[in-house]
Design a protein around this ligand. Sequence first.
Ligand code: HEM
Length: 149
Amino acid sequence: MTLPWLIATLHLLALAIGSAGVFLRGRALKTAKDQNDVPAILRADDLWGLAGLLWLVTGVWRAFFGIEKGTEYYMENPLFHVKLGLFLLLLGIEMIPVWTLVGWRLKRRRGEPVDLSKARSLARISHIEFGIVVIIVFLATAIARGIRP
Ligand code: HEM
């Protein structure tokens, strides 16, 4: 009883952490003017990364390790497939910011300035990702209630 509750709580907390993270990252990227703005971008990116990890671990646990309604319940609902597909799409799109921001982190560790020329396009990507998260929430609440096409 306690474990499913704790895992479900972490799954929902990921929504709070991830929404804040990707939204703040997008805003910080959009308004970034110089090197002083980089730490805020990376802090928001940390939150987004943490949420992604939490979603993956708790989501797979809930769906495939029998602590909720059982794997069959989810696999039979096409909306669950769409949810997983959108999550994979998120992971795919995220490879673009990951690639750039890991580079920024390495540069900062070496004390070098980062090139902010991609900040605007990364902001756009962050906002698209936020939109995908909102769509996933619509799907998730439908799936939990057995709603299906
Ligand atoms: C951006 C990523 C994700 C978001 C925003 C998200 C959102 C949610 C939300 C809001 C719920 C609660 C639904 C409710 O109780 O009304 C939920 C439940 C759930 N999610 Fe996710 N989720 C994400 C990723 C995943 C992944 C990757 C998996 C599985 C691989 C997964 C599996 C589940 C399962 C099994 C439930 C329980 C549904 C039930 O109560 O029967 N989620 N999710």
